[in-house]
Design a protein around this ligand. Structure first.
Ligand code: DQA
Length: 145
């Protein structure tokens, strides 16, 4: 069975009560549980969240050389600022799919730029809580892990 790691960046621990009109009302516990159920028998899903850039980089390093088969990453606002996370993704062996619950392309200009998109396998955005399942599905598919 494939090992998929979901990594969430800053503020995503507040999903469910943070700007529910943008990010919905499901908590991350609910979303991870639903993702596990949807992929049962096909993938083992582990989950990590941090509000700290360095902790996200440490997690990419420790999972990225075989500990996980694939990584689904919602880097939150670090998506739009972090060359260091982009470098970490480029450094590791394991494929990373970038996800965003909101459609970042339809939001403020500052959210249109992703530092991590060029070093990720692909990007899924705008489908709410489903992006985690869709990201994992992409990793399990032919061009994934
Ligand atoms: C987000 C989009 C980012 O622009 C934002 O900073 C987030 C969440 C999303 O899931 O839609 O924190 O990554």
């Amino acid at each position: 069975m494939k090992k998929i790691l979901i990594i969430n960046g800053p503020n995503l621990n507040l999903t469910g009560r943070r700007e529910p009109e943008v990010y919905g009302t499901m908590t991350m516990d609910d979303i991870v549980a639903a993702t596990r159920i949807a992929l049962a028998g096909r993938a083992e899903i582990s989950y990590f969240q941090s509000n700290h850039e360095g902790a996200i980089i440490d997690c990419l390093h420790s999972a990225g050389f075989g500990e996980a088969d694939g990584i689904v990453l919602n880097a939150g606002a670090y998506t739009h600022t972090s060359l260091a996370i982009a470098d970490a993704i480029a450094a590791i062996d394991v494929p990373v799919v970038e996800v965003h619950m909101s459609n970042v392309a339809s939001r403020e200009e500052v959210r249109h730029r992703s530092y991590i998109a060029p070093v990720c396998r692909g990007t899924i955005a705008g489908f709410g809580a489903d992006v985690y399942r869709l990201g994992a599905e992409a990793l399990l598919g032919a061009s994934g892990c």
